[in-house]
Structure formats: structure tokens, C-alpha cells
Design a protein. Structure first.
Length: 117
């Protein structure tokens, strides 16, 4: 239901924009975000936004990454600037629906981001 793309190889200091396309209306999601997982590491939250709320960022990406969504295109984005080698990871998009007391989680397949000279 979610498809992430836009990863690639970039030099330090460069930029990439990741996209996460939903098969349905993203209005249905109460929360959307991006996670990343480096080799041998746990999957960490990078950024998220809730419906009508302000974006939230991990300290390590504040000021460099921007999360946004285009409801008309049913797509979420992660603009990544001033990339560092430590940003190298597989990036996953995530969405949640809150229905009464139930939480439904959706994950896209990962997209590899490699920052290297």
C-alpha cells in the first residue's frame, strides 16, 4: 500500500528527495513518517507528521531534512540536504491509522540511501 523510492548514491553535502506513494487516500492516515536502518543497527525514527500537526524530527537530522506531504498526489516526501556519511541507511516510509482503540501500521519497502565520496 506504500511504495518508497528516490534513494541512491550521493556525495557528502549533497541532496536527495525520497517519495512515498500510497495506493489509497493519505487522508486516511493519522500519522506518516520515515524511518531508517543502517547495517547492524535498529530501525530508527527520522521524521514524522500527524494530521494537522507540526513535523517532528530526530535530533540528528534537524535543520537538514524536511518531511512533507501532498494530499492531492497521495504522496509523502523527505527532502534530505547536507547529507552526511552517517545518513547512509535503508529508508522506510510508515503510516498509521487510528480506529477507535486500534492502531494499524503500514510500511513501504525500503529504499537505499548511500552517502559516500
Amino acid at each position: 500500500q506504500l511504495q518508497a523510492f528516490g534513494g541512491g548514491l550521493v556525495q557528502p553535502g549533497g541532496s536527495l528527495r525520497l517519495s512515498c506513494a500510497a495506493s489509497g487516500n493519505i487522508f486516511n492516515f493519522n500519522r506518516m513518517g520515515w524511518y531508517r536502518q543502517a547495517p547492524g543497527q535498529q530501525r530508527d525514527l527520522v521524521a514524522f507528521m500527524t494530521s494537522g500537526g507540526s513535523p517532528n524530527y530526530a535530533d540528528s537530522v534537524k535543520g537538514r531534512f524536511t518531511i512533507s506531504r501532498d494530499n492531492a498526489k497521495n504522496t509523502m516526501y523527505l527532502q534530505m540536504n547536507s547529507l552526511k556519511p552517517e545518513d547512509t541507511a535503508v529508508y522506510y516510509c510508515h503510516a498509521q491509522r487510528w480506529v477507535a482503540t486500534q492502531t494499524y501500521d503500514y510500511w513501504g519497502q525500503g529504499t537505499q540511501v548511500t552517502v559516500s565520496s
